[in-house]
Design a protein around this ligand. Structure first.
Ligand SMILES: [Zn+2]
Length: 160
């Protein structure tokens, strides 16, 4: 009888915890700005942003404002607000640009780079240039490094 009681208690504690997690997820999504599907609604870009996002440029290494950011939150596309990366996939790649080992499912498009060697990454919603993705370097268990220009993203911290 005691054992049964203990088991049922464990079950209900677990169910409660799961419920809490789900609730938190909803709060996070609510704090994010609306995704702009149509190009006429896209955010206006500064000249420096356009040079990277539209002309596929690269910001100077070590200078990006999100490079050392380690707060909890979501990295969204600077141009269309689509969520791209979560803070828990960010790691220090020692390369001078923010590094992530995974994207939000479906958020990032991979394309062969014109240089013939690298793989370019773009926002799947608006095609904004983000940077490049590298595989097999062994930085994290996922063995993937999205090397992303800070200027292509905006950081939205999680709501408390
Ligand atoms: Zn975008």
């Amino acid at each position: 009888m005691m054992l049964l009681l203990a088991v049922s208690f464990a079950f209900s504690a677990c169910a409660q915890k799961q419920h809490k997690t789900q609730k938190k997820e909803t709060t996070i999504m609510n704090t994010l700005p609306d995704i702009k599907k149509d190009s006429s609604q896209w955010n206006k870009l500064t000249a420096a942003e356009a040079r990277v996002i539209e002309d596929k440029g690269t910001e100077y290494p070590g200078t990006g404002e999100l490079l050392a950011n380690n707060k909890k939150g979501t990295y969204i596309c600077r141009r269309c607000n689509a969520p791209l990366y979560r803070s828990d996939s960010k790691f220090d790649g020692h390369c001078g640009w923010p590094s992530f080992d995974d994207e939000i499912p479906g958020a990032v498009k991979r394309l062969p780079d014109p240089d013939g060697e690298r793989t370019e990454i773009e926002c799947a919603n608006c095609g904004a240039h983000l940077g490049h993705v590298f595989l097999g370097e062994g930085f994290t268990a996922k063995n993937t490094r999205h090397c992303v220009n800070s200027i292509s993203m905006q950081f939205i911290p999680d709501a408390e």
